[in-house]
Design a protein around this ligand. Structure first.
Ligand code: OAD
Length: 257
């Protein structure tokens, strides 16, 4: 079946869906210049496996190394702007207000494109908090108000003096319970899930399309890679970059309305 046919079918599914969920991964931000999680890191970081750095144990063992890794990722993300894929999802939500995005990403490009009520499973890389959440979980810390020797690694928490860390979920950590509750509530009623730009390797996000499928819902995947873990259960696989495909899906919807 041609891509145009598949896109037309996708727009029909969206139009007839009672509750639309979207699950995004790093791929949706790739065309904004943000490397995906499993893209090879560059320069100094090429020698490290990100999954070995994004853990509380790595941080306790070498706080400066992990802090510097996140400072590098924040620097890389700073110039990033939402791409047409982010904007298409925001426009889709304006037309279907009950639509909710569940994202694994730690950038804020969905919100900056205009999407609202984004369900953030893995936190936000722009934020920081006390490693020990000394004032309660979480204890946000605004590092712009702290003077410290930046070559020494993370700043001290202004409350307890211990380490400050990025406000992202690390391997081995629980996801924010309120975000998980919101995601489950959405998935219990979703009869269509658009899965955009994820390898589908990390649970519980990776399990979410299966929940919709098990309840008889429709799974549509957008990914240049046709062998992701989601592809095997996708009713429709739109092979290509989301920054190109999502605007085409939106255009097909507008054409038909
Ligand atoms: P990955 O790097 O695992 O996968 C990115 C996916 O995006 C791949 O399937 C690519 O084929 C696809 N992709 C690449 N370019 C694309 C484009 N232009 N448009 C659409 N898709 C594109 O990133 P995630 O699946 O997001 O968790 O990784 C999931 C989680 O694994 C991350 O949130 C992170 C990591 O462990 C934590 O840090 C807790």
């Amino acid at each position: 079946m041609s891509m145009d046919e598949l896109i037309k079918r996708t727009s029909n599914h969206i139009r007839t869906a009672r509750q639309l969920a979207v699950l995004t991964g790093a791929g949706v931000s790739k065309e904004s210049g943000v490397p995906t999680f499993r893209d090879a890191q560059e320069g100094l970081w090429a020698q490290f496996d990100p999954t070995q750095l994004a853990t509380p144990f790595a941080f306790m063992e070498n706080p400066k190394l992990v802090w510097d890794f996140y400072e590098y990722r924040r620097e890389r993300m700073r110039p990033a702007q939402p791409n047409p894929g982010h904007y298409a999802l925001a426009e889709l939500q304006r037309r279907y207000p009950s639509l909710r995005i569940i994202t694994q990403n730690v950038d804020d490009l969905h919100e900056r494109a205009g999407s609202t009520e984004v369900i953030r499973l893995h936190g936000n890389i722009a934020g920081n908090k006390c490693f020990f959440n000394c004032q309660g979980d979480p204890t946000p810390v605004d590092v712009s108000q702290i003077e410290w020797d930046k070559t020494s690694g993370p700043p001290p928490c202004p409350h307890c003096g211990k380490w400050v860390r990025p406000s992202v979920v690390w391997f081995g950590e629980m996801l924010p319970s309120e975000q998980v509750r919101r995601a489950k509530e959405l998935l219990n009623s979703a009869d269509l899930i658009l899965v955009v730009g994820t390898s589908g390797l990390v649970s519980p996000a990776a399990d979410m399309p299966y929940l919709v499928k098990q309840r008889g819902g429709v799974v549509i995947e957008i990914n240049p890679d046709s062998s992701s873990a989601i592809a095997r259960i996708a009713d429709i696989h739109l092979q290509g970059p989301s920054g190109e495909i999502l605007p085409q899906v939106l255009a097909a919807l507008l054409d038909a309305s």
